[in-house]
Design a protein around this ligand. Sequence first.
Ligand code: NAP
Ligand code: ZN
Ligand code: ZN
Length: 349
Amino acid sequence: MKSFGYAATNATTPLGPFEFARREVGENDVCIDILYCGICHSDIHQVRNEWNNAIYPMVPGHEIVGKVLKVGSKVRKFKVGEVVGVGCMVDSCRQCPNCKDGLEQYCFKGFVGTYNDHEKDGKTITFGGYSTNIVVNEAFVLSVPSNLSLPGVAPLLCAGITTYSPLKHWHVKEGKKVGIMGLGGLGHMGVKIAHAMGAQVVVFTTSPSKVADAKRLGANEVVLSKDEAQMKQHIGSFDFLLNTISAPIDINAYLSLLKRDGVMCSVGIASKDAKLEMNRLIFGRKSLAGSLIGGIPETQEMLNFCGMHNITSDVEIIPIEKVNEAYERTIKSDVKYRFVIDIQSLKKG
Ligand code: NAP
Ligand code: ZN
Ligand code: ZN
């Protein structure tokens, strides 16, 4: 079936209009009429080939919310007209131990990315959510709680789950002191979710203009990370730090802020890794960890959690024509706090 979107054709020129075909709806597939799609910093990393894995033409977008347009004959979970979401994955091997544990993001064979990837046939290129529709196997489609506003739901499909999963895994709850490093798309979701989990939340930001917002979003305290005196006040005090920063930073300075047995988890994917001073871990039995999005069952759990706590992303809604400008502003940390494309703007033409 026909789809219309915006694509990158190489690493340096702007995204532009692109017409392509989606597969016909198979018996286990759901065809979704896309309503909103978030702009994740990973879209920019991939469009600009910063991870050296770009496949062009590339239609980015893995924070997708839309309405079911059509379902295959064997689909049981979804009905036409229902509001659903799709995140970073559209398939996986479904047989390896990680897939069986509902951790498809760690599939032994590699999950199939929503875009910039190949379907399991090894040939068909996947195209993402900066487009009018998408066809996805029902096992990778999520239900959206009915009380949430839809533009703000889209970013939950990546920014939401990528922060929820490590916060949950490392038992963030009341009585824990948690630091969120970077107040961008992921970071602002991390603040809302950690606050809803009952933790004491401290935000680390390089942007003085975000201090008041950080508190409104749920932070108990805000540290300007370039101010050494402010950083020093927190030495040895954190149970958990979540690094959502999209650029290389001095992680050693942050490791000093952990308590004994504290954990710092990185989800931000910088193009170069900073050099780790091992002593910072040894003195204090500290751990440095990483985490990748979240599995399908946990993504549903996160959406239900957000429904229960009335959590959505703070968004700036844009028409597709503004996507290139939005990329530039995201790179400058000038977004409060996620750009979301109104896909209606693609359907006019
Ligand atoms: P974003 O909205 O651009 O936010 C990144 C934030 O990092 C900025 O708002 C800024 O916060 C801070 N920052 C940027 N440059 C900095 C620098 N040079 N020094 C210090 N801080 C800086 O990006 P995002 O969409 O949240 O994504 C964040 C990162 O996570 C990206 O690398 C993305 O690829 C990655 N990601 C990973 C996963 C995963 O599964 N692990 C999933 C999604 C995304 P302040 O203005 O507050 O300083
Ligand atoms: Zn993402
Ligand atoms: Zn697998």
